[in-house]
Design a protein around this ligand. Structure first.
Ligand code: NAI
Length: 327
């Protein structure tokens, strides 16, 4: 089966090539993202493979269908980029990688937290300039702090386990709490009111879009540390900027950003900033942003490549893996 693999990055290509070869797939790697102007690169392929910010809107799905593409393998967990109604209407078979390494993402959320709580991002720069002053570097202990975990699926639960290891009090929220979980599940209002640190691990849905907004921020503790490794649009960014200005938010750790699709995964180091909101975020010393790299470990890349190749081979063999199906 010939597969056009969009948005291929050099760091993942060896893993994808190896897994594809083992399952007799014919990958055609392209670096371009999937968008209306690049759909034609899928000509001659029965399947495409897309990454997290690729465009799978209704118009793109129509164009892919016209080229005879039938199968889509997402090499990510979230599928909010897919226009599901159109995908079903056009009879696409779409699969994702539901779990590759929840620990990779949970550990990255903790990396953001530890950096912000001990200001190591600032210390790193100072020491490189032989500035050993400690002024402005006072941090806080995580031990005995209350952490609110919003969304307790695979990643949220991994985050809870790490937090407990640090001696933190864990409060969890999930509309469908997992059975037999040792964590204390409470209402969202209690999370907002009691948590010193809030980590978001829910998917982006109509219910979670701008879940953190001006009103919910008002219900949070002054100086709350907010972490988002889920999807950018779970936070209303202008509301977060206002809360940073008023010191309601004490620190903000982001691996995702609402408008990331024009920015992340590209080297824009020579360009002027075009996104004023993003540029404003970068001015705060207590904001730490990484460019959607929470998944980026060797273990996760291996698992993503393996499951993606298995999903494609299963489509080819007419035996889709139901647990991974999106449509
Ligand atoms: P999962 O499906 O195992 O867990 C999601 C949990 O969120 C479920 O328990 C679900 O009941 C809960 N949930 C659903 N609606 C909710 C709501 N309104 N409020 C609170 N919780 C709600 O997914 P997993 O693997 O834990 O991933 C979570 C999210 O993390 C993904 O949807 C994706 O957006 C993001 N992600 C980010 C990555 C990164 O590199 N930054 C990598 C992988 C995933």
């Amino acid at each position: 089966m010939r597969v056009t693999v969009y948005s291929t990055k050099s760091f993942e290509r060896p893993f994808l090539a190896e897994a594809a070869a083992r399952l007799n797939l014919e990958p055609v790697f392209v670096e371009f993202p999937l968008e209306p102007s690049t759909v034609s690169l899928a000509r001659g392929s029965e399947a495409i493979c897309a990454f997290v910010n690729d465009d799978l809107s209704a118009p793109v799905l129509h164009l892919l269908a016209e080229l005879g593409v039938r199968n889509i393998a997402l090499r990510c967990a979230g599928f909010n980029s897919v226009h599901l109604e159109t995908a079903r209407e056009l009879n696409f078979s779409i699969a994702r990688v539901p779990a590759y390494s929840p620990e990779a993402v949970a550990e990255h959320a903790f990396a953001l937290l530890l950096t912000l709580s001990r200001k190591t991002h600032r210390a790193y720069n100072r020491v490189r300039e032989m500035n050993f002053s400690l002024n402005g570097l006072v941090g806080f202990n995580l031990h005995r702090r209350t952490v609110g975990v919003v969304g307790c699926g695979k990643i949220g639960l991994a985050f809870c386990r790490i937090a407990a290891g640090f001696g933190m009090k864990v409060l969890a929220y999930d509309p469908f709490p997992p059975k037999d979980s040792p964590w204390e599940f409470v209402s969202l209002e209690r999370i907002w009111a009691e948590a010193d640190i809030i980590s978001l691990h829910c998917p982006l849905t109509p219910d979670t879009h701008h879940l953190v907004n001006q009103a919910t921020l008002e219900g949070m503790k002054p100086g709350v540390v907010l972490l988002n490794t889920s999807r950018g649009a779970v936070i209303d960014t202008p509301a977060a900027i206002e809360a940073l200005q008023s010191h309601k938010i004490g620190a903000l750790g982001l691996d995702v950003y609402e408008e990331e699709s024009g920015l992340f995964f590209r080297d824009l180091s020579g360009s002027l900033p075009t996104d004023e909101t993003f540029a404003r975020l970068l001015t705060f010393p207590n904001v730490l942003i990484t460019g959607h790299q929470a998944f980026l470990t060797t273990e996760a890349l291996e698992a993503i490549a393996e499951t993606t190749a298995q999903n494609l081979a299963a489509f080819r063999d007419g035996n889709p893996i139901e647990a991974n199906r999106v449509a």
